[in-house]
Design a protein around this ligand. Structure first.
Ligand SMILES: Cc1cc2nc3c(=O)[nH]c(=O)nc-3n(C[C@H](O)[C@H](O)[C@H](O)COP(=O)(O)O)c2cc1C
Length: 186
């Protein structure tokens, strides 16, 4: 087995992206601003990024959802990450997180971060009864269902998990984690 890079250092930020058009581009911008990020990309996120004609950041370690056992989760056992961010988080992934389902790369990194007591920040996108979101063709209105809103509320009750509902909230939560570690993010 090759050695795990950065094992034991808790020096890196793990960032998981799901297939949400809502705040996808803005999340990518924030990732580019930050030092020492490893990216975990759901299958849907890899498709959505192409639909928006966007690109993943270069020069970054990117883990894709290609194995059933979500092999990269081993990095969480090796104390590589100080924080896990999931942004943007689809209603699909939020539902799985809330019910303890770990059958994708992103739901697995959430579960393993939780079990390894790595602080987690989730940017849930379906947070209001009525939202404007960016589809590939432009802005559209959507009405998240009661189950979507309830799941976000349930996720707020999880240990070591901060749920944010806006880009400003996401940036503030990440900055707070960076300050806590004595690392500047700007
Ligand atoms: C262009 C596009 C935009 C999407 N935007 C959203 C979104 O804003 N919120 C959401 O919950 N799902 C959205 N979806 C649907 C998810 O990609 C889909 O539920 C997928 O199965 C989620 O998988 P994941 O949670 O593993 O990433 C979008 C799909 C497409 C094709």
């Amino acid at each position: 087995m090759p050695p795990v890079p950065y094992a034991g250092t808790r020096s890196r930020l793990g960032w998981a992206m799901t297939g949400s058009g809502h705040f996808f581009e803005e999340s990518l911008e924030e990732i580019r601003r930050l030092p020492d990020v490893d990216l975990f990309v759901s299958k849907a996120a890899a498709e959505v990024i192409r639909m928006y004609k966007s690109r993943l950041p270069e020069g970054m370690r990117i883990y894709r959802d290609t194995t059933a056992a979500a092999a990269p989760v081993g990095l969480f056992y090796e104390a590589v990450y100080h924080t896990l961010v999931i942004a943007p988080a689809t209603s699909n992934t939020v539902a799985k997180l809330v019910y303890g389902i770990s059958d994708t790369l992103v739901t697995n990194v959430f579960a393993q971060a939780g079990k390894c007591r790595v602080p987690i920040i989730v940017f849930a996108c379906d947070t209001a009864p009525e939202l404007e979101t960016k589809a590939p063709g432009g802005i559209v209105k959507v009405w998240p269902r009661r189950i979507d809103l309830e799941n976000v509320e349930l996720l707020k009750g999880f240990e070591d998990t901060a749920v944010v509902e806006s880009m400003a909230g996401l940036v503030a939560a990440i900055d707070a984690r960076m300050r806590c570690r004595g690392t500047s993010s700007s």
